[in-house]
Design a protein around this ligand. Sequence first.
Ligand code: PLP
Length: 377
Amino acid sequence: MIYLDHAATTPVAREVADTMYDVLLNGSGNPSSQYPYGAAAKKRLEADRAVIAAALGCKPDELYFTSCGTESDNWAIRLAAHQNRRVGKHIITTAVEHSAVLEPCRQLEQEGYAVTYLAPDRQGSITAQQVADALREDTALVSVMLVNNETGCVFPVGEIARLLRERGSKALLHTDAVQAFLKLPFRADTLGADLISVSGHKLNAPKGVGALYIGPRCRAVRPLLAGGGQERGLRSGTEATAQIAGFAKAVELRLEGYEEKLARMAQLKQYALEQLLTIDGVVRIGNGDAPHILSVSLVGYPSANVVTELGAQGICISAGSACHRGKLSHVYAAMKLDKKTAAGVLRVSFAPETTEADVDALVSALRRHRETRFPML
Ligand code: PLP
């Protein structure tokens, strides 16, 4: 199989699976238990938290484990709305966020919030100036992702943080960094965001584990889950120790030769772009700078057909976000792509292990598709 869909999910690394197996077999005590078996699980949990916190650039006690990026996003948005309930009921976000951000914002709209959805330009970019123009006295939350999952566009979250500070805004700043964590150098302690969501399965960790950074400006945080008081009372539920251990191991693996891995992905992306553009009718979509995500369109050739046909040949790419399952993505709609271009959008996403031969196989298969299928009218 040629797997070029690392923005959807990533294979669990062997070392990660081994680490989890060890925890499952030998270290599956409850971290809340008082006896040594529980204390050992607690020690391990906190060591794993420290590894991930160090990679994210925050203190371990600012990092809360969740079950996924979606949970982190939902929690961040609810938490900010609750803390700033007396500031007002206005939220700024972008029209191209993941649905894990858009849907909770829509829920808040139903509860009386006004939400400004910033529109991207035709390249998929969002500017800090757009946030400045939309900012109001009653803005409680600004939620802008760090890397867009469909175009790979990098949004100016640091600049937005500075702008909010300069304006003396009480709005909390959340960033969905699910596609950015360890794909883009940033640190929580310098980025300026109050809330940062990350997810394990985009980094060769298993599905079922994510985390939320909750910064010092978040006071009186409302617990997401009430219960036994785990995660310092904010997210109760016995900790998923094996998943968390897998997440920490995956982070350690990513950090080995980190700079080279980023450079390798960026180089592969450039190679893929050059090769794909040799196919008649292929255009680049957006100007995404993230090293692992490339969006193109085989204009006029419905991407669902391409993805199915290539899938049958063992080549995995995506028609935009994996979460949309064939529906025309809200991201490309917001970028105002014409119908035929939007219909043909394909997302190719890389890992450091991806090879030029993988890209060559994709390019040949796509060229064959172009030559043997009819475009839409
Ligand atoms: N945010 C972004 C930008 C994503 O790409 C994804 C997953 O595709 C999510 C959030 C959701 O993360 P999870 O699958 O861990 O719930």
